[in-house]
Design a protein around this ligand. Structure first.
Ligand code: 16G
Ligand code: ZN
Length: 532
């Protein structure tokens, strides 16, 4: 049974903050760091229970608030395969976080043990890590207190990117099996990626250096560590916004979220025309690319563009190697209509649309032989099904060119972090394609031109009154709203618009797309007016 004494005593050292976050949402718990101490302690308890439930398999805990302001923090659990916590357990996280007192926490804990049928006699093992936020030190200590209260074995991964933590979890749980994913260490992660990169890049004509904005976050030291392993002579990269220790800098006027939402380079960065740039977000699980043309005009190469680039390249390798497997792409409603058109009509690849949130994309991508998924915001990866991996490993190529394609595909499997979107790994994926194609960013961009679009935030009385269906492309309630949106859309050439409640902020988001900048803006404002 639960050591109530130990839990109660430990909980007393982590009293609940009245403003601590109430729900475990798409991004886990996220809030101002001052409110999170009890939340972290309780997540430590839950991670231990989750591991026990899964017979002692290793669970991950990542302390980060990604692209949020530096004073915020957050926490997410990682399931054994390196994927997001199973949704059936999100409610337990919420229940534990909301218990009003130490006594109530003990009672809730016992209830979770019972409802989730956790066998407390099982062992527990948890690996935890954190991003570069100053608040992480004390918050990680609270997680550790939770783990200790339930006697979980602990591995401290220290300062890591979110995808590195996901990688570690999968490695621990597959070690010694035929599905072994890699050495369970950050060095093992670098080695795996560097070896794959070396295979794919050796003998190619190097492209000019890529400049990477690290959002002044954990991506900075980790990218630099990786570059040391792989060597600048094989991967020329210049890091900027790479000071993760100076307070006040994280995500400040830079990073993937800033670049994507502001549609401009990081503040005070003068882009050299036609050169390649990329931006990581604060925990290095998202990346976007961009460049300026000869007139200085900014061009964004977002998650949709990455999906198109990656899918086209992988389809070519599959065809050239003679493998009979199928590629599919997963997007959300935010994907630019021009990208969906390009994927279906030019590449001829099946595209599936799912609700926002990595877990939905990841899950859908698992149903393809090779599933490419990206959110427009730059989060995504590529998944290879078990049977596809077997085929890639055992296939006998029919010609030297088929053998070369197969060797590239094998290296690509190792280059891609299949547990979750990963800025470092996705950077390498894009760079491999550009290297092999000898493309400038403008040649990559030429695949299609984004339709003008606008995203607006609408503050409403109760965002939970808004429910959607058809992968968030239709609102079901409030009743009658969809009809009004349809009417507004009909009046605009090339119009498309949808409304969804945010999963991370107290607001409703309106997206609109149209043939021109001004009509896209008009449509967004009109629909926002209807929602309000
Ligand atoms: C979360 C999601 C991200 C999504 C975003 C949408 C994960 C790990 N993260 O950050 O994928 O794009 O929410 O935010 O699933 P919104 O619901 O506020 O629009
Ligand atoms: Zn992130």
């Amino acid at each position: 049974s639960v050591n109530e004494q130990a839990v109660r005593a430990a909980s007393a050292a982590h009293p609940r903050h009245p403003n601590s976050p109430a729900t475990y949402g798409t991004a886990g718990f996220r809030a101002h760091s001052d409110t999170l101490d009890s939340t972290m302690f309780r997540v430590g308890l839950l991670a231990a229970l989750r591991s026990k439930k899964l017979a002692g398999q290793t669970i991950g805990v990542m302390v980060t608030a990604s692209h949020n302001p530096e004073q915020d923090n957050g926490v997410k659990l990682v399931d054994p395969h390196g994927e997001m916590l199973h949704s059936s357990w999100e409610a337990y996280a919420t229940q534990l976080a909301n218990a009003p007192s130490d006594e109530a926490l003990v009672a809730t804990l016992k209830q979770v043990v019972q409802v989730a049928e956790v066998d407390l006699s099982q062992p527990a093992k948890v690996v935890y890590g954190h991003d570069s936020r100053p608040s992480c030190r004390t918050l990680v200590r609270a997680v550790v207190d939770g783990l200790t209260a339930l006697d979980a074995e602990q591995v401290n991964a220290g300062l890591v990117t979110t995808p590195q933590l996901h990688y570690l979890v999968r490695c621990y749980n597959t070690a010694g099996t035929p599905q072994a994913y890699g050495e369970p260490s950050v060095e093992g992660y670098y080695q795996k990626l560097a070896t794959a990169w070396t295979t794919l890049a050796t003998g190619r004509h190097l492209l000019p250096a890529l400049t990477v904005d690290c959002a002044n976050g954990v991506g900075a030291p980790k990218l630099k560590e990786f570059l040391k392993v792989v060597g600048q002579d094989l991967l020329p990269v210049i890091t900027v916004r790479d000071n993760h220790t100076l307070a006040g800098n994280l995500n400040m006027n830079c990073g993937a979220d800033f670049v994507k939402t502001q549609q401009c380079p990081p503040r005070n960065v003068e882009l050299v025309p036609w050169q390649r740039y990329a931006s990581f977000d604060g925990d290095a699980d998202r990346i976007v690319f961009y460049y300026a043309d000869g007139t200085g005009t900014f061009h964004l190469l977002d998650g949709d563009k990455i999906a198109g680039l990656a899918a086209g390249f992988i389809m070519d390798l599959v065809k050239d190697s003679g493998l009979g497997v199928k590629v599919g792409v997963v997007q959300t409603a935010y994907a630019n209509g021009a990208s969906t058109k390009y994927l279906t009509e030019v590449l001829g690849v099946p595209v599936q649309c799912v609700p926002t949130g990595v877990k939905h994309l990841h899950h859908a991508a698992e149903s393809f032989d090779i599933g490419v998924y990206f959110e427009a915001n730059g989060h995504g990866t590529v998944l290879f099904s078990p049977s596809t991996l077997a085929a890639i490993n055992t296939h006998t190529p029919a010609s030297p060119s088929a053998a070369a394609a197969l060797a590239n595909l094998r290296a690509l499997v190792d280059l891609i972090n299949q547990t979750v979107g990963d800025a470092i790994s996705d950077m390498l994926l894009v760079e491999v394609v550009l290297l092999h194609r000898q493309w400038t960013p403008a040649q990559w961009d030429a695949a299609y031109t984004d339709y003008p679009n606008r995203l607006v935030k609408v503050l409403v009385q109760d965002r939970h009154a808004f429910t959607t269906s058809d992968a968030e492309r239709k609102v079901d309630t409030p009743a009658g709203l969809q009809d009004k949106i349809d009417e507004a859309v009909k009046e605009v050439v090339g119009g498309r618009s949808f409304v969804r409640p945010s999963g991370t902020e107290d607001c409703v988001r309106v997206y609109a797309e149209a043939a021109t900048r001004s009509t896209a803006d008009e449509l967004a404002n009109k629909v926002a007016g209807i929602v309000h």
